[in-house]
Design a protein around this ligand. Structure first.
Ligand code: GLN
Length: 191
């Protein structure tokens, strides 16, 4: 049986992640309060506005609950704002984060003018290139020891993983390609 996945549904593109999981026939639950994490194997932190996510997560007690979920071996997949929330260190400007992945990120790192961009690029997950949609994306400035870089774009890591924590600065949920979600499901099932 495949792992049941929770999608943090505060704001942003959580519906697109839900559709992506539906395409793969995987059950999901929207996570808004700590109680919603019951029976969940992996959590998706969607794109959107990381400051808003942070504020609501703290108000709802979800921030601490997600850290406990990680400490108990739960898997995470953060896309764009979600990657910012997972990072150990955030710049531009500095802000709090869950600190579950040893990366340092610069918010809106490609500049506010370059709001959105679609690139076709290689990944270490398969031979064929992947369509990557960037929307006011952060730049991953550095990765710590043991963090695996699974894809790069313009000289920066854009898909990284350590253990069961996966982060992309692009939005795989906005294309019909299920590669990254399938990869995450494998990680979540290992937990
Ligand atoms: N720029 C947003 C932030 O800093 C992230 C954008 C996104 O998730 N598409 O939180």
């Amino acid at each position: 049986m495949t792992a049941r996945i929770g999608i943090v549904a505060i704001q942003g593109d959580y519906e697109a992640h839900a559709k992506g999981l539906e395409r793969l026939g995987v059950g999901h639950a929207f996570v808004r309060t700590p109680g919603d994490l019951a029976g969940i194997k992996g959590v998706i932190l969607p794109g959107g506005e990381s400051t808003t996510h942070l504020k609501v997560m703290k108000e709802e007690g979800l921030f601490d609950a997600l850290q406990r979920f990680a400490a108990n071996g739960g898997a995470f997949f953060g896309t764009c704002a979600g990657a910012i929330l997972l990072a150990r260190e955030v710049h531009g400007p500095p802000q709090a984060s869950l600190g579950l992945l040893d990366i340092s990120v610069l918010r809106n790192g490609y500049g506010r003018q370059l709001a959105s961009d679609v690139h076709l690029g290689p990944t270490r997950l398969r031979q064929e290139p992947l369509e990557m949609v960037f929307i006011r994306a952060p730049i991953i400035e550095s990765v710590g020891e043991g963090v695996e870089v699974l894809a790069e774009d313009a000289g920066h890591p854009v898909l990284v993983r350590r253990g069961q924590i996966l982060a992309s600065t692009f939005h795989p949920e906005l294309t019909s390609d299920t590669l990254i979600h399938e990869y995450f499901l494998k990680l979540a099932a290992q937990g």
